[in-house]
Design a protein around this ligand. Structure first.
Ligand SMILES: C[S@@+](CC[C@H](N)C(=O)[O-])C[C@H]1O[C@@H](n2cnc3c(N)ncnc32)[C@H](O)[C@@H]1O
Length: 357
């Protein structure tokens, strides 16, 4: 820990995060200084006052991250007061002060090693920054640790970006990625290892079979196939997630169930498919509302990238009025379309309107 303190007193690092307080070296006309951002407050500390200020910050600190081009240092104080210090690869090669303004535009710096390790395209990189932006709105990031489950994680680019963003903020994102495909799990384990993300682990399992050893903070699921999104939502509820964020993929289930009903809206396959998508996602949103979540239905990525661009972003914030309204709407919609959605089967007893109770 003394070594970390000495480094923070010296030069050559780009960011220090102490329990969510972010410090960046800056060059001012009157000389070098440090910009200290604590929640909504920003302050500039002259270099000569930095040692006293640093010691005050460290005195009661629990999590400290120092990000530097030659390697990051992470320190966590245990309940018994012992510091556990680990070193990782540099999360950016940018020198601090010079990149300061440019980096403010993006949540992760353009040269973040995540982009190299995952070999994603510029397009995907923009989607990833946008994704972090959408999840930044969740009221989780002030916590020291966030427990995240990614259901149907694939190569987990987006969740790894949450780990990276957590490191920028000083929040430890403990990620568990789940996927039935063992090859994909092998690949993503390799990527996480290459990045030195020891807070991320991956399991080859079906979403429905996963059990955590305590409540989780966030469940995410991006483009998990067909009813795997329902499994993901049900897992989020079952695991006690405060937030559930899903971007559904292909929907086949309800399209097959309403295919027999012929009218001008349903006669053409393309329109039937779109209608079934809307009904499926509306039922999912209403089910979450019945269970105490506030749900925003938003555009995930621009429609030019993928037609599957709907995102359900849900935050647990119980309201009896909302739950009652959602229950009435859910039953009306389900019965009007005469469908039996998987979300209802999977939530079973938890859902007050379930016919599978
Ligand atoms: C289209 S990919 C999306 C991957 C990743 N979430 C992304 O957005 O890049 C869907 C992934 O979900 C996985 N999957 C589908 N059904 C699943 C289930 N029931 N349990 C776990 N994984 C599942 C597939 O193996 C596949 O890797």
């Amino acid at each position: 820990m003394e070594q970390l303190r000495s480094r923070a007193l010296g030069e050559g690092w780009r960011k220090l995060v102490v329990d969510g307080v972010a410090v960046t070296p800056v060059s001012l006309r009157r000389g070098p200084a440090l910009k200290v951002v604590a929640g909504p407050r920003t302050e500039t500390v002259p270099r000569e006052e930095w040692p006293v200020r640093l010691d005050a910050l460290l005195a009661s600190a629990r999590n400290v991250h120092l990000l530097a081009p030659d390697g990051d240092v992470h320190a966590r104080r245990t309940k018994k007061g012992k510091w556990l210090v680990s070193r990782g690869k540099a999360s950016s090669a940018s020198p601090g002060a010079a990149a300061h303004d440019r980096e403010r535009q993006r949540l992760l710096p353009a040269d973040h090693p995540l982009f190299r390790a995952t070999k994603i395209s510029r397009d995907k990189e923009r989607q990833l920054q946008h994704y972090v932006e959408l999840l930044r709105a969740l009221p989780l990031w002030q916590r020291d640790v966030i427990r995240v489950v990614d259901a149907g994680c694939g190569k987990a680019y987006m969740s790894l970006a949450l780990v990276a963003y957590g490191r920028e903020l000083g929040t430890r994102v403990e990620l568990v990625g789940l996927d039935t495909n063992p090859q994909v799990i092998e690949t993503v384990r390799g990527i996480a290892e290459q990045l030195g993300y020891d807070e991320a682990r991956f399991e080859a399992t079906a979403i429905e079979d996963y059990e955590s050893d305590g409540p989780i903070d966030l469940l995410v699921s991006l483009h998990a196939c067909d009813t795997a999104t329902d499994e993901a939502i049900a897992a989020g509820v079952r695991l006690g997630a405060d937030s559930i964020v899903v971007a559904p993929c292909c929907h086949h289930e309800l399209a097959a169930q309403i295919a027999g009903q012929k009218d001008a809206l349903l006669r053409h396959g393309l329109l039937l498919g779109r209608q079934a998508d809307l009904v499926t996602d509306a039922l999912r949103a209403a089910a979450l509302e019945m269970l105490g979540y506030r749900v925003d239905v938003i555009e995930f990525v621009s429609a030019e990238h993928t037609a599957k661009n709907v995102m359900l972003r849900a935050q647990h914030a119980p309201s009896a009025r909302r739950a009652d309204r959602a229950m009435a709407e859910y039953v009306e919609l389900r019965d009007r379309w005469q469908v039996e959605p998987s979300i209802e089967r999977l939530l079973g007893d938890r859902l007050p309107v379930s016919q599978n109770r």
